[in-house]
Design a protein around this ligand. Structure first.
Ligand code: TPP
Length: 291
């Protein structure tokens, strides 16, 4: 059922709060992958606050839906979501990436409750997610598997091996998202290794392809529901997003792939998030200005 106006309003408010949490954790950690955590924040919010069947009080519930953060450097974003959902005490985030903390910059599924796959080395998550979706089939279980890929991550050949296998096996309970923020660690995707025409590539690999504004909850919801209704093929949802979304001085700036902020800058960042709301409107492909 499409998201109602009230549900969208609540998701927008939740995403705003989560973005502020990400800013706080970046300060506590002394630096973090803030740009790509902010760009995927709305999709994560839609999943965890509306679509995923999970039980934070029982993280290993066998029938839960699975989520694989293939762009594992977005651990900042995912850990804020998991803390807010109650998988663990939010206070623990004050130690994010500190010595002896369970939280590395990339999340370890053996140490952090609610993390279905340990990631960080790019290019592996889609294979893991495919395995999880095949596991559901073999065990005659109904869980669905979702996987978040970075667009730069799609430079990895292993992504395409997994894509080929997923369509071969008609893995229709598998849904991948590509966080299409047009940037990677040190430049624009199209300068470093051009991905376009990206939708056509996924189509050629046998996937159902949907393209959305990755900051528009109505579009995100419609695409997820379309994926859930699709039979015989996996779905990829290409989400046009803005790196650093919500923080005016971070938006569409490659240099904010990873950054450090002090409390003064954090206050400005949070003011920008709260002033901006979330009106959708993503992602004119970036054309430069990166440093
Ligand atoms: C196998 C591997 N190679 C290189 C890296 C280093 N690395 C970390 S983030 C990143 C850029 C990824 O870009 P993208 O997937 O677009 O992420 P986003 O812009 O969404 O943060 C790279 C190359 C890595 N983590 N794993």
């Amino acid at each position: 059922m499409p998201l109602s106006a009230e549900e969208i309003r609540k998701l927008q408010a939740k995403a705003q709060q989560l973005r502020c949490d990400m800013v706080d954790v970046t300060v506590w950690a002394g630096g973090a992958h803030i740009g790509g955590s902010l760009s995927m924040a709305d999709v994560l919010t839609a999943l965890y606050y509306h679509y995923l069947e999970v039980r934070p009080e029982e993280p290993d519930w066998p029938e839960r839906d699975r989520f694989v953060l293939s762009k594992g450097h977005g651990g900042l974003g995912l850990s804020c979501v998991l803390a807010d959902k109650g998988y663990f005490d939010k206070e623990l985030l004050k130690e994010f990436n500190h010595f002896k903390s369970p939280f590395g910059m990339h999340l370890d599924g053996n140490k952090v409750r609610g993390v279905d796959a340990s990631t960080g080395s790019l290019g592996h998550g889609l294979s893991m997610a495919l395995g999880m979706s095949m596991g559901a089939r073999f065990q005659k279980q109904a869980w669905r598997t979702y996987c978040m890929l970075g667009d730069g991550e799609c430079d990895e050949g292993s992504v395409w091996e997994a894509a080929m296998a997923a369509s071969h096996f008609k893995a229709d309970t598998l849904t991948a998202f590509v966080d299409r923020n047009h940037m990677m660690i040190d430049g624009l995707t199209e300068d470093i290794m051009s991905l376009e025409p990206l939708a056509e590539k996924w189509t050629a690999f046998g996937w159902q392809v949907r393209e959305v504004d990755g900051h528009d909850f109505a579009q995100i919801g419609e695409a997820i529901e379309g994926a859930q209704a699709t039979q015989g093929a996996p779905t990829v949802i290409i989400c046009q997003t803005v790196k650093g979304k919500g923080v005016d001085f971070m938006e569409a700036q490659v240099k904010w792939h990873y950054g450090s902020i002090d409390s003064e800058l954090a206050a400005k960042a949070k003011a920008s998030i709260m002033a901006g709301g979330n009106a959708g409107g993503a992602a004119a492909p970036a054309t430069g200005g990166a440093s």
